[in-house]
Design a protein around this ligand. Structure first.
Ligand SMILES: [Zn+2]
Length: 664
């Protein structure tokens, strides 16, 4: 499939010098671990997403040639405030429609687009074209486009940005449009969304006569950055910056907007604007608060703007927020947002395992945020966490065969938490689908004279530096093995810096260039080794990352994890499952001195490395009938086997546990 990369040269944007931009998806072919995941999405998930959207009757909401579901179903249209309180749900006798369905179409289109790079699929492309045609017919003459406000609640557009996902939906459709244009060269949806973005720019801003609003659910910000990059239009970048700058300013827009529609601003379901990170201007924020996915999308947009405008005030806020998330509020799996109540954050060190909400979308959002922090230059602080979220808390949300999903990603289960086919709020399936299908773009960052390698794995990348075409091939069995061999093939000898990430989990690394050892201490800063030289055809880089088994412990202020240990190897966090260890996993205790053996299991779960050890288990067989007694239970030996967390619940349903009790 041929695809042009931009509608007009992105160089028209005012490009900051030090920006590292990701390589577009088609410039990186992944094989091995990620190749298998992308194949699952391209062959199964992408089609499933479309089919399930149709089964959920989403086409009826967007197709102007069919009767509006809001007309057909005998049910009153809720006011914006009622709808928000009811979970944004509009229920009729046979149809449930959601105000954010445009976003599910946007992400489904995006997943399909990236999948088309991997595997041509004319039937799917035709179906997506038909969806795009419907949006084309639905769009109003002034550019406005929202299936909810045109077909379910007409006449109420831009009356409740706080609750109703209007700009959020626009953002996801923009992301879908950019991806579909890049994948197919078809620009119909891109043109539709440019017209809509123009309308949004005419509606919102600080100029007299415009609304000083922004969306309760962030997303439009990062989407407009993508639109600016692909079209070369600075006005979309400036609009993204406006939404970032305006958030949380006083007088508060959501208060004024509520009063304008006759509602009491204090009668807000979620009580605090922390829920949407609009409690204060973004540059004054230093705590991750509220809805976790919204937070991740906001910080992603802020990172983009910090990169594009070289804005150190935003960068300072982002570093404070990053520190708060990663030192006090992040699960060891890269999951985040423990509470289902606000789908988000609670208090520092509150990380319950069994009830963890840890939405798949939130970990995907953390990958988005971390990858954008890397836009400001390579730093292992961000790349390590991106890798943690990628290999654990995000892809746990998709079954190995690409057909079943998790919304919540707990770290402990009594066996009742199982993957499902679909969800009434289906945000996670297309989010994990689009992230996996575009994984190649997270591997590298490219600046004017440097390439940063953020992720390792079997893959081939093509890029150019100062007009010279370069191919870079990684050969590796990562994440199962830490040996990485990189071959560089420039068209002509070219000087640039190659930044190689040295993951924090690796305590011993060795690097050779064309067989000669490199002193890593002398060339490493911020967790990346930098090699600057004139690269010639066939140059060879050998990186050896020792991949030991680690026991990880939580800060003792995390009450749920005290006295417990988690197992890790390389970037992977492990868990024990009932199917390998019999039931009642709470009875297992792992001695601090127990040897842990890593073993390749090519026929298990698509090929994984398992960890096994001799642990202890409290016995109950001699306990008679009583619940309590003065004699402690007898202890017996028990061999335990742990599997990578991402692969859990792909076999017989049963218990699962990440944090194992320590013994001895
Ligand atoms: Zn979700």
């Amino acid at each position: 499939m041929t695809a042009s990369q931009s509608a007009s040269p992105a160089a028209e944007l005012d490009k900051p010098k030090r920006a590292f931009r990701p390589l577009p998806v088609p410039q990186v072919d992944v094989r091995g671990f990620w190749g298998d995941r992308v194949d699952a999405v391209a062959t199964r998930t992408a089609g499933i997403l479309y089919d399930r959207c149709v089964e959920a009757r989403m086409l009826e909401q967007i197709d102007p040639d069919r009767p509006s579901p809001g007309v057909v179903i005998p049910f009153h249209s809720p006011s914006p405030d009622e709808a928000a309180t009811a979970g944004n749900e509009f229920t009729g006798s046979t149809v449930t429609t959601q105000m954010f369905w445009d976003s599910d179409w946007g992400k489904t289109i995006e997943t399909a687009a990236y999948s088309l790079y991997r595997r041509r699929n004319d039937a799917l492309e035709k179906k997506i074209d038909a969806v795009i045609d419907m949006y084309g017919r639905l769009q109003q003459p002034d550019g406005y486009l929202s299936s909810w406000y045109q077909r379910i609640q007409p006449g109420l557009r831009w009356t409740n940005l706080r609750d109703c996902h209007e700009l959020y939906c626009a953002g996801h459709l923009i992301e879908g449009a950019v991806a579909y244009y890049q994948a197919t060269g078809k620009r119909k949806l891109l043109d539709i969304m440019c017209r809509y973005a123009d309308h949004i720019a005419e509606t919102f801003g600080t100029e007299p006569g415009k609304k000083k609003g922004y969306c309760g659910h962030e997303e439009i910000e990062l989407a407009l950055v993508k639109l600016a990059r692909v079209t070369g239009e600075q006005k979309y970048m400036d609009l993204a910056k406006y939404f970032i700058d305006q958030r949380g300013q006083q007088p508060h827009y959501f208060d004024e907007e509520a009063r304008a529609r006759g509602a009491d601003p204090k009668a807000y379901h979620f009580k605090t604007y922390e829920y949407s990170q609009s409690h204060k201007p973004v540059r004054e924020q230093d705590k991750v608060v509220g809805h976790a996915v919204r937070a991740m999308y906001l910080y992603s947009g802020m990172a983009d703007i910090a990169t594009e405008y070289g804005d150190d005030t935003l960068r300072a806020a982002l570093d404070r927020l990053w520190d708060d998330l990663t030192t006090k509020n992040l699960y060891i799996t890269g999951g985040l947002g423990p509470s289902s109540h606000n789908e988000g954050f609670t208090a520092d060190y509150d990380l319950p395992n069994e009830t963890a909400y840890a939405e798949t979308c939130a970990s995907v959002g953390l990958v988005f945020w971390a990858s954008r922090m890397l836009g400001m230059g390579p730093h292992a602080r961000y790349a390590d966490m991106m890798e943690r979220a990628l290999y654990n808390g995000s892809i746990s949300g998709l079954s190995l065969d690409g057909s079943l999903f998790f919304y919540e990603n707990p770290l402990e289960s009594r066996g009742k938490h199982n993957r499902w086919k679909w969800h009434r709020c289906p945000c996670c399936p297309p989010n994990i689908g689009r992230m996996v299908a575009s994984i190649g773009s997270y591997f590298y960052g490219l600046s004017d004279d440097a390439l940063a390698v953020h992720l390792y794995g079997n893959s081939t990348a093509r890029f150019d530096i100062a007009g010279t075409q370069i191919e870079l091939r990684q050969t590796s069995n990562y994440p199962w093995d830490g040996a990485v061999s990189i071959t560089i093939e420039p068209e002509a000898p070219t000087t640039f810096t190659l930044h190689l990430r040295l993951p924090a989990w690796c305590r011993k690394a060795a690097l050779k260039v064309n067989g000669e050892a490199v002193d890593l201490d002398a060339v490493t800063s911020d967790g990346y080794a930098a090699i600057r030289r004139e690269w010639r055809k066939g140059d060879q880089v050998e990186l050896e990352l020792e991949m030991a088994v680690d026991r990880l412990y939580a800060n003792p202020q995390v009450r749920q994890d005290i006295g417990r240990v988690a197992l890790a190897r390389g970037p992977l966090i492990y868990c024990v499952e009932e199917t390998d260890n019999a039931g009642q996993l709470h009875r297992i205790a792992l001695p601090r001195t127990a040897q842990i053996e890593a073993r390749e299991q090519p026929n298990l779960l698509g090929g994984v490395v398992t960890l096994s050890a001799v642990a202890r288990k409290e016995a109950f067989e001699d306990w008679d009938h009583g619940l309590y007694r003065t004699e402690p239970p007898a202890v017996e030996e028990a061999k335990i086997t742990a599997v990578p967390y991402f692969a859990w619940d792909n076999r017989d349903p049963g218990e699962m546990l990440v944090w194992i009790r320590c013994a001895g």
